[in-house]
Design a protein around this ligand. Structure first.
Ligand SMILES: NC(=O)c1ccc[n+]([C@@H]2O[C@H](COP(=O)([O-])OP(=O)(O)OC[C@H]3O[C@@H](n4cnc5c(N)ncnc54)[C@H](OP(=O)(O)O)[C@@H]3O)[C@@H](O)[C@H]2O)c1
Length: 345
């Protein structure tokens, strides 16, 4: 488990750590893996890693796929190709906008109508510049999309996964996978004061830094969440695809930087099909050992060093309280009490 890998954490933040991750040989999904009769949700699945993950899940025999996207039109275009390639599967496009709590709640309500739910991959994410605030929530946009709304959807899906994940005789527990990033190894947050508010201040904003911070917050929160959820009810883990080429991820980057990014990708980045297999590994091949852990390169990796320190522990606790206070309008504290794990027993 990531919680036991403290001694390896500092290496992951080095250039060598990054290169070792990028050049790890892919691990194939066990040939016996079958998702027959299973239902999955993948957010941000009209393009990039989300779309490729959908394709790979369908190849494994997934019966029903919910493509959770913010544009019905863009989602339908992507779904068309998948429907042609996998005519036996039911593929639906449902809208959800991670810049709106209302939209997240409506999407989660709609998920309650599913006959079963085995897999949820929370992949939607952005890296953008300049600094912007989401008017309805007053939070910085990356913090909203990559952290707050992702966490809200994860929490709202927990009881649905618990209730609908074991139907149909599935021997594995349902899986909730949050998509993280190894950029989290390279950033930190201020040690004192409120945590979320730090990201809502424009001073010192750079998109790479803020993006990494949102993914660090995600690790801090999800590692706590996993302690409160029984892995036999819902397996909760995080997956890092690593630097990937062939997605729309860098669309918000000023064009002046694009030649450098393209060159870096040419040398180091994974093809999207290879990177998406890390998600598939997380949801099909990993068991209880991955609960609360950070998966990267088809294996369990340490958390960022901060998470193992006393300061990190206090930040984690503060972040937990702040996040629940922010999201409690949707009844999230009650939800957590209903999926008891080790810490709650
Ligand atoms: N690419 C990399 O090198 C890399 C490395 C590490 C981690 N990751 C993580 O992997 C995930 C997928 O990245 P990607 O490379 O596939 O990027 P991508 O091609 O840009 O895909 C991102 C997806 O997120 C969706 N999205 C963005 N904002 C949204 C919102 N407000 N509401 C709903 N959906 C929203 C996008 O929808 P639209 O198309 O409608 O905008 C798109 O479907 C992200 O979480 C990213 O942080 C990527």
């Amino acid at each position: 488990m990531s919680s036991e890998l403290e001694s390896k954490a500092s290496f992951e933040a080095t250039v060598c750590g990054f290169l070792c991750r990028q050049f790890t040989r892919p691990k194939p999904i066990p040939a016996t893996t079958k998702l027959t009769n299973q239902v999955a949700i993948v957010t941000g699945s009209n393009v990039g890693l989300g779309l490729e993950a959908c394709r790979q899940l369908l190849k494994l025999g997934l019966s029903r796929l919910i493509m959770a996207v913010r544009s019905q039109t863009r989602g339908e275009v992507a779904a068309q190709d998948l429907r042609k390639a996998f005519p036996a599967a039911i593929i639906s496009v449902w809208t959800v906008d991670f810049e709106s709590y209302e939209s997240i709640c409506a999407f989660a309500d709609r998920c309650k109508t599913l006959p079963r739910l085995d897999i949820a991959i929370l992949n939607a994410g952005i890296m953008k510049s300049p600094f912007t605030i989401v008017p309805s929530t007053k939070h910085e946009t990356m913090c909203q999309v990559n952290y707050l709304s992702t966490v809200l959807l994860g929490l709202l899906l927990l009881p649905i996964l618990k209730q609908k994940g074991r139907t149909g005789g599935n021997s594995r527990p349902p899986v909730l996978t949050f998509v993280g990033s190894d950029r989290a190894y390279e950033v930190t947050v201020e040690k004192k004061g409120p945590v979320i508010q730090q990201l809502d201040r424009p001073e010192h904003f750079t998109q790479f830094e803020w993006y990494g911070k949102t993914k660090l917050l995600l690790i801090l929160f999800v590692s706590t969440l996993a302690e409160l959820v029984d892995p036999d009810d819902v397996l909760v883990n995080m997956a890092n695809p690593g630097m990937t080429k062939g997605t729309d991820f860098f669309r918000g980057i000023p064009s002046i930087f694009m030649p450098i990014i393209r060159f870096g990708q040419f040398l180091l980045a994974r093809p999207v099909a290879v990177a998406a297999s890390i998600y598939v590994d997380a949801v099909t091949a990993r068991g209880n050992e991955s609960h609360g852990s950070f998966l990267s390169d088809w294996t369990i990796k340490p958390y960022p060093s901060l998470c193992y320190t006393q300061e990190g522990y206090h930040i984690r606790e503060r972040l937990w309280e702040e996040t629940l206070a922010e999201l409690n309008f949707a009844g999230v504290s009650k939800i957590i009490r209903k999926v008891p794990g080790d810490r709650q027993r």
